[in-house]
Design a binder for this molecule. Structure first.
Ligand code: ADP
Ligand code: MG
Length: 249
């Protein structure tokens, strides 16, 4: 498989003092996360600990009650979310492709709507991205004609077509059949080695250990520990992390 081209320079992303409640459920309780430019941060933790909600605040899909998101050291809370989202791409567990559009239209949509590209330019860019994930031949098909792994590669191509400076991944392999997981993880590892700034929520502990520069363990809406993969996996400091690792490893 060919490598993914990312033209834009990497930028660091930070979450500072993020609080978010859904009704009386205080989901994020002062979360701090600092991801240096060009590095990959993995977030691990039990179900319900707030990982997806944190990622959504980092893409401005959810607005925190307090705290801020910074890109390249500058708060983005006053930016137009649609402009901001061109800089921070996101891939979801359930792909979130538009079912009524072709694969090509899925990838050109944001380029035309947000980047205001003409049809030809957008289609050329989309075909290039689809080729990079090995799916140029699927351009005229609806997502329903593709396997889960292929759909997720389309979602990745769609996000990368916007030339984001940061990529967020929320359990992107959790809905895939086991034999399709490796292909996605390999693309993500390539993207990481090319210097994309990435925040990856994952249950794939092998990926976190081998690809991440930094691993963050979240539980009950707080960051319990952050460190290098070896530190987190081989020398956990807290009882909570030790218990979590006993369950998943
Ligand atoms: P994780 O991704 O770690 O499994 P989530 O961020 O999805 O955790 O959820 C954290 C908590 O927030 C859970 O208690 C969940 O029920 C709640 N939650 C998440 N999204 C919403 C929402 N849109 N409305 C209400 N509650 C939500
Ligand atoms: Mg989640």
């Amino acid at each position: 498989m060919t490598t993914i081209q990312t033209a834009t320079a990497a930028v660091g992303i930070e979450a500072r003092g993020i609080h978010l409640s859904y009704g009386s459920n205080h989901v994020l309780r002062g979360v701090e996360l600092d991801v240096e430019q060009g590095t990959t941060a993995c977030i691990i933790g039990p179900s319900g600990s707030g990982k997806s909600t944190l990622l959504r605040t980092m893409n401005r899909l959810a607005e925190p009650d307090a705290g801020e998101i910074l890109l390249d050291g500058r708060s983005v809370m006053g930016d137009d979310p649609n402009v901001f989202r061109q800089r921070v791409g996101m891939v979801f567990q359930h792909f979130n492709l538009f079912p009524h559009m072709t694969v090509l239209q899925n990838v050109t949509f944001g380029l035309r709507r947000l980047r205001r590209m003409g049809r030809e330019e957008a289609e050329a860019e989309a075909m290039q991205q689809l080729a990079h994930v090995g799916l140029a031949a699927k351009a005229p098909f609806r997502p329903s004609a593709l396997s889960g792994g292929q759909q997720q590669r389309v979602a990745l191509a769609r996000a990368l077509a916007m030339r984001p400076q940061v990529m967020l991944f929320d359990e992107v392999t959790s809905a895939l059949d086991p034999e399709l997981v490796k292909g996605i993880l390999r693309l993500m590892a390539e993207l990481s080695s090319e210097g994309m700034t990435m925040v990856v929520v994952t249950h794939e502990m092998g990926f976190a250990r081998n690809v991440a520069d930094q691993v963050t363990f979240m539980d009950a809406g707080v960051v319990v520990e952050t460190g290098a993969p070896e530190r987190i996996f081989d020398d956990p400091q807290s009882a909570r992390l030790r218990r979590f690792l006993d369950q998943v490893l």
